[in-house]
Ligand binder design. Structure first.
Ligand SMILES: [Zn+2]
Length: 449
């Protein structure tokens, strides 16, 4: 069986008839819904040059779901301002396409507020990568990469792109926004530009895959769970996000990638159904790794990500664990009133983005702080220094990425071309068999009411 797959890999590779595993979030109003989509390998003839300075490298498709045209225009301007900040910080080789909606989320979701850790939070908005693609990294590990990052790598052969790189939605109701030109910010107002900027950074890949996909009340964390159907059943893989490559546990310094590698021992075993796999996993020694990760995610200063030669402490002080706020943020305790304030999970009302920059010590490069810049560079983005004409060197950590192939193992040599394009039977783990959801790329930010 395996020799057959290697043979197939080789044949597919030389004929460029490859398929990748891609996951899409098609509906920005359903932040948690993801589906597997077909993304055959395509070859481009276009060549891309590096962006010019001062060019906004984002294309915004903006849907305003309210009748207040003046407010719609202000929101659009706030987007453009946030896009410019990112364009000044990152050298994009290709435009990043945003699909953004400003509407009454309360109506769309049926609920405006939720209680978390005893604090009532209100949804302001959310954003995430529209598509992620599974690629083989330079350390041999398969990871889900956000499309916006894959585009910057400049490979002429790549999985087919979605029209949009980032989906975003912001709430038009129940929140008082402040915009540039409004005069002094009021104590109950929020600078929407700061929220947009925060969310766009998530959309560029500042997101963990770690979550509890098997229980309603989280108790163990795994990366994404992907099943592959074979003739005799299915096998299951744990596949992490790019973000997770740089994560370590404190104080041992062990890489989360290594922990996931130890967890991922179920991929050669056939399971007749998902329940069968779940039962096996939950009673296995590997599940202890998941509960250990969970305890780290709910204890202060227990998880870090590499930021150049430095580390960033992640938000692990929230109890109970909150999949929208825990891990995928800078520690609030560590980074409030610092130049790296932007990626904390909550923001205080009554302060503008510029006031935050000032409170953080007036960092010369603005709201994208030094640690965040270093981390984005680790992810694979090229970082610009707005204080000089020099740019930091291009990260080469993922330059030798290999594009993954998931062709059917049972394919015959006579129908390779057709079969490589056939939809392959990969599916996402279904929590409680009730819905096809992976909490990938979805993110909400709240503030205390
Ligand atoms: Zn966030």
């Amino acid at each position: 069986m395996w020799s057959k797959s290697f043979l197939l890999f080789f044949i597919c590779n030389i004929t460029f008839i490859l398929a990748s595993l891609c996951l899409d979030r098609p509906d920005p109003l359903r932040l948690d819904y993801l589906e597997r989509v077909s993304c055959p390998m395509v070859k481009e003839n276009k060549t891309y040059s590096n962006s010019r300075r001062n060019t906004n490298m984002f294309n915004l498709t903006f849907t305003c779901g309210i009748t207040d045209i003046s407010l719609c225009e202000k929101v659009k301007n706030a987007f453009e301002s946030a896009e410019q900040i990112l364009s000044d910080a990152i050298m994009f080789n290709q435009f990043v396409n945003i699909n953004a909606t400003f509407t009454n989320i309360c109506v769309a979701y049926g609920a405006c507020t939720s209680i978390s850790s005893g604090i009532e939070t209100q949804v302001i908005g959310g954003a995430g990568p529209s598509r992620v693609m599974m690629l083989k990294d330079d350390d041999g590990v398969y990871r889900f990469y956000p499309q916006s990052l894959v585009k910057q790598l400049g490979n002429k052969v790549h999985p087919k792109y979605s029209d949009y790189d980032i989906n975003a939605i912001f709430n038009s109701e129940g929140v008082s926004y402040w915009f540039k030109g409004d005069g002094n910010i009021k104590s109950d107002q929020i600078d929407l530009e700061m929220v947009i900027l925060h969310e766009l950074v998530h959309g560029l890949g500042f997101l963990t895959s770690l979550n509890d996909y098997m229980h309603d009340i989280p108790q163990g964390l795994t990366p994404y769970v992907v099943g592959i159907i074979n003739n005799s059943g299915s096998n299951y893989h744990f596949i992490e996000a790019t973000f997770d490559k740089y994560m370590s546990v404190v104080p041992t310094g062990q890489n989360v990638s290594d922990i996931i590698k130890q967890m991922d021992v179920f991929n050669n075993i056939q399971y007749s159904n998902q329940d069968n796999f779940t039962t096996t996993f939950l009673s296995s020694p590997q599940y202890n790794l998941a509960t250990d990760l969970f305890s780290k995610a709910t204890k202060s200063n227990s998880l870090t990500i590499l930021s150049g030669d430095d580390t960033i402490f992640l938000e692990t002080s929230l109890t109970p664990f909150n999949s929208k706020s825990s891990i995928s943020h800078f520690s609030s305790k560590k980074y409030t009133n610092t130049s790296d304030f932007l990626m904390r999970f909550s923001i205080e009302r009554g302060k503008t983005l510029q006031q935050y920059v000032k409170m953080g010590g007036n960092y010369a490069n603005g709201p994208i702080g030094p640690k965040l810049r270093a981390f984005l560079k680790s992810l694979g983005y090229t970082i610009l220094d707005s204080t000089s004409n020099a740019q930091t060197s291009i990260s080469t950590t993922i330059s030798i990425i290999e594009l993954i192939i998931w062709c059917m193992l049972t394919i015959s040599l006579t129908n390779i071309i057709t079969s490589c394009f056939i939809e392959i039977d990969i599916f996402l783990y279904e929590k409680n068999n009730a819905f096809k959801i992976l909490k990938l790329g979805s993110h909400l930010i709240g503030y205390s009411a």
